[in-house]
Design a protein around this ligand. Structure first.
Ligand SMILES: [Zn+2]
Length: 308
C-alpha cells in the first residue's frame, strides 16, 4: 500500500481528540482517542493541543510503519480566509491562532483543515448514508446546528468558506407558534439554531411551554406526556420548514442527520410528512436519513479531506 492510499484524520473536539487511519476502501487501519488537554492558560493549552496531535500521529505512523502520511483535521470552528486564523471555535484557546501554519510547521507536512460539520457531510456522502448520491446535505443537530454540502463527492467550501452554514439563518415561515424568539449568541434572534440545537430546543420549550423537562426527557416522553408531545410536534414542524428552505435552494438528493438529536428515529418519517407544504414541487424525491457512522463520522470525514 502506497502512502497516498492511507488517509489520516484527526477530529479535534472540546472533550476528546480522535485519530483514524483509513485505506482506500474506507476500512479502519488504526483508531485511537485521548482527552483534549486542559490548561488554565490558553497559550499553554494551545501548545498542549499541538503536542497531543503530534503524538497521536507519531504513534499511529509508528504502528502502521509509515511516515509523512497526508493528514486532514476537523475542528468545531472556521478558518478565516482573510487571515488564516481560527474564528468561532468552541475550543476557545484556538481562536486567533494560526493553527494551520503552526500544525504544518510542527508536523512538517501539508495538512487540510475543515470545519467539523463539513467533515461529517463528506464522510456520509463518500461512503456513508449518502453514498452514490450527486448532492448530499449533511446536518449536525447537537449543541449547535452545523451543515455541509457535498456535490459529486466534493465538498463545497464556498467563496467565504461558509457554504451550508444555515444554522444562523432565521427560521423560515415563522408563525405565532414560534414566538417568543430567542436571542442568539451571533447577535440575531430567531436563528434556526435557537430552535433546532439541543440547548435551543430545551430553552424554547421552557419559554413557550413552561416545562422544566430536559431535552432528552422531552423526546423520550413524547408518546406519554402531552407537554412533551407538543414540544416534539413543534420541533418536527420547525425542522421540516428549515430543511424545506434548503431543498428549495440546493435540491439535494439526500439529507443526512447527525449529532445527538439525529438519534430520534421518528424524525425520519414525521419530518418528510410535513415538509411537502413548504417545498415548491409536487414531487419530492429528497430522502431524509440517519447517519451511518455516528460519532466516527467527523474523524472519517477529516481523513477523506486528503483524498485527491
Ligand atoms: Zn444565530
Amino acid at each position: 500500500m502506497k502512502n497516498q492510499d492511507i488517509f489520516l484524520g484527526i477530529d479535534l473536539g472540546g472533550t476528546k481528540i480522535e485519530i483514524i487511519a483509513l485505506n482506500l476502501s474506507g476500512e479502519t487501519l488504526y483508531q485511537s482517542r485521548t482527552p483534549t488537554p486542559k490548561h488554565t492558560n490558553a497559550k499553554q493549552q494551545y501548545q498542549l493541543i499541538l503536542a497531543t496531535i503530534n503524538q497521536l500521529i507519531t504513534t499511529c505512523e509508528c504502528e502502521l510503519k509509515r511516515s509523512k502520511l497526508p493528514v486532514g483535521i476537523g475542528l468545531p470552528g472556521a478558518i478565516s480566509l482573510k487571515t488564516g486564523l481560527i474564528k468561532n471555535a468552541n475550543t476557545t484557546c484556538l481562536i486567533g491562532e494560526n493553527f494551520h501554519k503552526d500544525l504544518q510547521d510542527k508536523l512538517n507536512r501539508k495538512i487540510v483543515l475543515e470545519n467539523d460539520a463539513n467533515c461529517f457531510a463528506l464522510s456520509e456522502a463518500l461512503d456513508g448514508a449518502g453514498k452514490g448520491e450527486t448532492c448530499v446535505f449533511g446536518v449536525i443537530l447537537g449543541t449547535g446546528v452545523g451543515s455541509g454540502i457535498v456535490i459529486n463527492e466534493r465538498l463545497l467550501v464556498g467563496a467565504n468558506a461558509i457554504a451550508g452554514e444555515w444554522g444562523h439563518n432565521p427560521l423560515p415561515w415563522p408563525s405565532d407558534k414560534d414566538e417568543p424568539k430567542q436571542v442568539c449568541y451571533c447577535g440575531q434572534s430567531g436563528c434556526i439554531e435557537t430552535y433546532l440545537s439541543g440547548p435551543g430546543f430545551q430553552k424554547q420549550s421552557q419559554m413557550q411551554l413552561n416545562t422544566l423537562l430536559s431535552c432528552q426527557q422531552l423526546f423520550s416522553q413524547q408518546k406519554t406526556q402531552p407537554i412533551a408531545r407538543l414540544a416534539y410536534e413543534l420541533y418536527v414542524e420547525r425542522l421540516a420548514k428549515s430543511l424545506a428552505g434548503i431543498i428549495n435552494i440546493i435540491d439535494p438528493n439526500t439529507i443526512v442527520l447527525g449529532g445527538g438529536l439525529s438519534n430520534i428515529d421518528s424524525l425520519y418519517t414525521d419530518v418528510p410528512k410535513r415538509w411537502h407544504k413548504y417545498i415548491f414541487s409536487d414531487e419530492i424525491n429528497t430522502k431524509l436519513v440517519k447517519n451511518q457512522y455516528g460519532d466516527s463520522s467527523g474523524v472519517r470525514g477529516a481523513a477523506w479531506l486528503t483524498r485527491k
